[in-house]
Design a protein. Structure first.
Length: 172
């Protein structure tokens, strides 16, 4: 756990962070992206967890828009990273109020996670609920075998093909 305190401006907050051998900080709390804070280069690198797709890019974009809006990331520094599917942005060396910029960056990232992760938890709970209803329906939403009578013909495609009567044609 990593505890930050920005000179009495905000209360202390506990954040789950891992430190790499190179001294970078790794935040893995988000379900779609991993965030690496590189203090030596004043850079934030956001990588997709699984594969790069539209949802992951939207998450990365939302994260950097949030960081720019809060004044933590320099807007002109947000670019594509050198790793496939990554975005990166820079933060200033020294904050104007004298706060440690690294602590401000981590605190702001944590606030973004606190706002964004519950949306993913809601979606996952909804998908689990829908899957449960499909796999184990209640009595009112299910029928026993043979309860629904069979019909002689169903659908728009005849059982034995189309009668062509010697005319060659393609039917889809």
């Amino acid at each position: 756990m990593f505890t930050i305190d920005i000179k009495g401006v905000v209360p202390q907050k506990k954040i789950n962070i891992r430190k790499t051998l190179s001294g970078d900080l790794l935040l893995r709390e988000h379900p779609e992206v991993d965030v690496i804070v590189i203090p030596a280069k004043q850079k934030i690198l956001v990588l997709p967890k699984e594969e790069q797709n539209e949802h992951v890019y939207n998450t990365q974009d939302r994260l950097f828009k949030y960081m720019v809006k809060k004044g933590v990331v320099l807007p002109e520094s947000v670019i594509a990273g050198n790793v496939y599917g990554s975005l990166q942005g820079g933060f200033p060396q020294q904050a104007p109020g004298g706060e440690d910029p690294l602590q401000v960056v981590i605190y702001t990232l944590s606030n973004f996670f606190d706002e964004d992760v519950p949306k993913y938890n809601f979606e996952k709970d909804y998908e689990d609920k829908m899957e449960k209803e499909l796999l184990n329906p209640n009595i009112e939403d299910s029928t026993e075998l043979g309860e629904v009578p069979q019909e002689p013909y169903k659908g728009s495609i005849p059982k034995y093909g189309f009668p062509t009567r010697g005319i060659y044609r393609y039917n889809y």
